[in-house]
Design a protein around this ligand. Structure first.
Ligand code: SF4
Length: 93
């Protein structure tokens, strides 16, 4: 079966015809408040990226969230230069 090739203009028109309130998109959840990927339609906010925003938060922070980033703890380890040199010389043998 042959696939129809869309021109760029037709593709843009097709993209603009996305209706968030047609039932495919679930409304955003509380954690999504403040994200730049939300769009409001008919008084309800939807996510432009995901159909089910609640699923993206089930296991932690949504990886596409623009308003929240995961905390990364950086711990500095003090290295005794004398012991490090001794360890390095042992490794060479
Ligand atoms: S990208 Fe993630 S945080 Fe942002 S609205 Fe969508 S689901 Fe919510």
């Amino acid at each position: 079966m042959l696939e129809r090739v869309f021109s760029q203009e037709e593709y843009m028109q097709k993209q603009a015809a996305v209706k968030y309130s047609d039932g495919k998109f679930e409304p955003i959840i509380d954690e999504c408040e403040g994200c730049e990927r939300t769009v409001e339609e008919d008084g309800t906010k939807y996510c432009k990226t995901y159909l089910y925003p609640s699923a993206k938060w089930r296991l932690g922070i949504c990886n596409f969230a623009t308003h929240k980033k995961p905390e990364i703890k950086i711990t500095s380890i003090k290295v005794n230069p004398l012991k490090a040199a001794k360890r390095a010389s042992k490794a060479k043998k």
